[in-house]
Design a protein around this ligand. Structure first.
Ligand code: ZN
Length: 76
C-alpha cells in the first residue's frame, strides 16, 4: 500500500459519529466555552478537566477529552 492510500484510508476511518465535545461546547455559555477551550490548550490533565466538568453535570471521559485535544476525534 502506498502512503497516499494509507492516508486516505486513515482519513475515511476518522469519519465516525461527531465527537461529543462539539455538543458540549455548543451547550456552554461563551465564558465557559472560552475557559474550556483554554484548558484544552493548556497543560491541565484531561482527568482534571473531566472532574471539573462533572461539577457542572457534564460527563465526559478523560480519554474523550484527550482524543479531542490531540485532534484524533471525528471533529479534529
Ligand atoms: Zn472532538
Amino acid at each position: 500500500m502506498s502512503l497516499i492510500d494509507a492516508l486516505n484510508e486513515e482519513s475515511a476511518a476518522r469519519k465516525g459519529p461527531p465527537c461529543s465535545l462539539i455538543a458540549i461546547l455548543a451547550a456552554l455559555d461563551a465564558a465557559d466555552r472560552a475557559a474550556l477551550v483554554a484548558a484544552f490548550n493548556s497543560t491541565q490533565p484531561s482527568t482534571s478537566i473531566s472532574r471539573a466538568l462533572l461539577t457542572v453535570n457534564v460527563r465526559v471521559a478523560p480519554t474523550t477529552l484527550s482524543r479531542h485535544r490531540r485532534g484524533e476525534c471525528s471533529c479534529g
